[in-house]
Design a protein around this ligand. Structure first.
Ligand code: NAD
Ligand code: IPM
Ligand code: MN
Length: 356
């Protein structure tokens, strides 16, 4: 029996709903694959902020250090400024544990209709590797003359050679591992951003020389958004800076059917600390609290966590169970054209896990 200690942060909005389904699915897989889960819930997020004036206690991030992984829903509240909630919780966790890889696969699964005409299951099968600790999210800057008419805000993007090199190398290694076409597309904007993105381009060229067997391409972010809609089947692995990776993964989620299927992992490859598993989507205030959210993104994110923990068979079982429910097409939430609730979809996946 393998045992894992998992820190659970439901967060806000639909995070609270979908994490419950994720935990149910993980318990079911655990019972089939001899995994004992030690889940510890932390009630951190916007409700905690409204009560305590901070998103988590001062030693909160340190308390996560001893866990094998963090399983998180989403954070963000319509009445609190997003930079307060996100800079208070999500982004410090990513940075403290050096979760420099944000890995976001997008696959068009059987039974799912793409909003793009004529795309069949499997036509789209890509992974975005997003730099997750620096770049445009470095949070370096400040205000001058704050509140006065002559106010100035400075927000500096930080690109380091080390940070750029390691994320690009990760993307090439992943392309090798995936064993598909073997193509890495670098997302850039060096036509306008002549320092940070110039270093990015140079580093991409240098790293690509170490992988002669892998095809490469360099694409401006605006063009990449267009290509993601015109011909997403051309992509295998994409590597992008923090902001560009954030933007393009909402597009890749939608062309493969829904935000409600978009799995994601924040990985600390050198295991400086635990990795964090949270789907791509946010707290969806427009549907929160109504049982309408699709829990599949959270559940597939759980499968990514299993794989990271070395539990490949359990990850496959959970993924297959989710794909079975999708392919059957009977118990689906509204984002996929169904009328089932969040918990009915979770229950259907649990049954598929237990009977598969
Ligand atoms: P969002 O991803 O929350 O929602 C975008 C759209 O997709 C909405 O129409 C929503 O209903 C739909 N959607 C998202 N997830 C869904 C699911 N599982 N099932 C069905 N439909 C789903 O993006 P937003 O509206 O821009 O952001 C809302 C809040 O979430 C903001 O505060 C934002 O900062 C925060 N946010 C947090 C995270 C995170 O914690 N990882 C990620 C993105 C956004
Ligand atoms: C994501 C989210 C976050 C990000 C926000 C909430 C800070 O949009 O994980 O995609 O931009 O990283
Ligand atoms: Mn995002």
């Amino acid at each position: 029996m393998n045992e894992y200690k998992i820190a659970v942060i439901r967060g806000d909005g639909i995070g609270k709903e979908v994490v419950g389904e994720g935990l149910k699915a993980l318990e079911a897989v655990g019972s089939r694959e001899k995994i004992a889960w030690g889940f510890t819930e932390f009630p951190w997020g916007s409700d905690y902020y409204l009560e305590h004036g901070e998103m988590l206690p001062e030693d909160g991030v340190d308390r996560l250090a001893g866990f094998d992984a963090i399983f998180l829903g989403a954070v963000g509240h319509p009445e609190i400024q997003d930079h307060v909630t996100l800079n208070g919780l999500l982004l410090p966790i990513r940075r403290t544990f050096d979760q420099y890889v944000c890995e976001r696969p997008s696959t068009l699964y059987p039974g799912v209709e793409s909003p793009l005409a004529g795309k069949k299951a499997g036509d789209i099968d890509l992974v975005v590797v997003r730099e997750n600790t620096e770049g445009e999210y470095a949070n370096v800057g400040g205000f001058q003359y704050e509140g006065f008419p002559e106010e100035v805000a400075v927000q500096t993007a930080v690109f380091t050679r080390r940070g750029t090199e390691r994320i690009i190398a990760y993307a090439f290694e992943l392309a090798k591992e995936r064993g598909k076409a073997g193509r890495v597309t670098s997302i850039t904007k060096s036509n306008a951003l002549g320092y940070g993105m110039a270093l990015w381009d140079r580093t991409f060229e240098a790293v690509s020389e170490r992988y002669p067997e892998i095809e490469t391409d360099s694409m401006l972010i605006d063009r990449a958004c267009m290509e993601m809609i015109r011909a997403p089947e051309q992509f295998d692995v994409l590597v992008a800076s923090n902001l560009f990776g954030d933007i393009i993964t909402d597009v890749s989620a939608m062309v493969t059917g829904s935000m409600g299927l978009a799995q994601s992992a924040n990985l600390s490859p050198e295991r400086v600390g635990p990795s964090m598993f949270e789907p791509t989507h946010g707290t969806a205030p427009d549907i929160a609290g109504k049982g309408l959210a699709n829990p599949m993104a959270q559940i597939l994110t759980g499968a990514m966590m299993l794989r990271h923990l070395g539990e490949g068979a359990a990850a496959d079982r959970l993924e297959q169970a989710t794909l079975q429910v999708l392919a059957q097409g009977e118990i689906l939430t509204a984002d996929l054209g169904g009328s089932s609730s969040t918990s009915s979809v979770g229950d259907a996946i649990v049954s598929a896990v237990l009977s598969g």
